[in-house]
Design a binder for this molecule. Structure first.
Ligand code: NDP
Length: 302
């Protein structure tokens, strides 16, 4: 049978390119988990994903209610779950003031981390039950920041009783995004420690490369958006096209040789995958455990 993969934020950028790459193999049915149904449908058509190889299901990660509804809807579809890709993200580098999710969490950490944390926890049982030869939970990572002692997160991240920043500091939109990505990587490792042996599920993260052309930079100042792609292409040489990055993520989802769990994948200049070292902050096991417990409380699992 075909595998079923859920990809969050598959309506643009990396998620869309990955959906296309997996659908084209003929071995996967892609569930595009997106907040904008029409945009997702149009995106799928625009890159030529064939009708029978995808479905769009509504998911707004900035609402825990929507995350729960999504998990229910998916279950009612009767499909098995063989891979889950937590890819969606918001990045608000120029925001002066924090904005918030439906439940009142700062938007970057609320969407990128807490929404995905609840989603992955709710769908873990579905992954467990899959009889597919490989079962994987992939969380897209990136460069990291320092989370301090998590005092802002523990306080609810709501900008009222507590800071809107995880470390309790003043709001900084670019840092909030980086914080959310450290959370993503810590979450992947904590999943690995708690569930890999028992379930056989592969938990992994990756740095797809700098995909300077995606919508991620849509909130940035126009001059940045103009100069960032050529800067990455010719100066830092970290540039990777959406198509190539999509191929990388698709590889982490489906390549039979990439089944190692607890790994952070990156690619070298020749586009070969290798196990990257995690930063000190992103590999702090004690922080991962604490983040897990605080997050459980915030999303209503504990
Ligand atoms: P895009 O902005 O192109 O894609 C982000 C996706 O997330 C969009 O489909 C967007 O939906 C979706 N999304 C945002 N908020 C929500 C929400 N509340 N609920 C559901 N979906 C939501 O960015 P990229 O493709 O670049 O980013 C994809 C991943 O890659 C992210 O995890 C990012 O951190 C990571 N990454 C990107 C790098 C880069 O250089 N671009 C580098 C390293 C990592 P919509 O279409 O409706 O806006």
């Amino acid at each position: 049978r075909k595998g079923t993969v859920i990809i969050t934020g598959a309506s643009s950028g990396l998620g869309l390119a990955t959906a296309k790459a997996l659908a084209e193999t003929g071995e996967w049915h892609v569930i595009m988990a997106c907040r904008n149904f029409l945009k997702a449908e149009k995106a799928a058509k625009s890159v030529g994903i064939t009708k029978e190889s995808y479905s769009v299901m509504h998911l707004d990660l900035a609402s825990l209610e929507s995350v729960r509804q999504f998990a229910d809807t998916f279950r009612r579809s009767g499909r098995p779950l063989d891979a889950l890709v937590c890819n969606a993200a918001v990045y608000l580098p120029t925001a002066k003031e924090p904005t918030y999710t439906a439940e009142g969490f700062e938007l970057s950490v609320g969407t990128n981390h807490l929404g995905h944390f609840l989603l992955a926890r709710l769908l873990l049982d579905d992954l467990k039950q899959s009889d597919y030869p490989y079962k994987r939970l992939i969380i897209v990572g990136s460069i990291t920041a320092n989370l301090g002692d998590l005092r802002g997160l523990a306080g609810g991240l709501n900008g009222i009783q507590s800071s809107a920043m995880i470390d309790g500091g003043d709001f900084d939109g670019a840092k909030a995004y980086k914080d959310s990505k450290v959370c993503n990587m810590l979450t992947m490792q904590e999943f690995h420690r708690r569930y890999n042996e028992e379930t056989g599920i592969t938990f992994a993260s990756l740095y797809p490369g700098c995909i300077a052309t995606t919508g991620l930079f849509r909130e940035h100042i126009p001059l940045f958006r103009l100069l960032f792609p050529p800067f990455q292409k010719y100066i830092t040489k970290g540039y990777v096209s959406e198509e190539e990055a999509g191929g990388r993520l698709a590889q982490v989802v489906s390549d039979p040789s990439l089944t190692k769990s607890g790994v952070y994948w990156s690619w070298n200049k020749n586009s070969e995958s290798f196990e990257n070292q995690l930063s000190k902050e992103a590999s702090d096991a004690e922080k991962a455990r604490k983040l897990w417990e605080v997050s459980e409380k915030l999303v209503g699992l504990a």
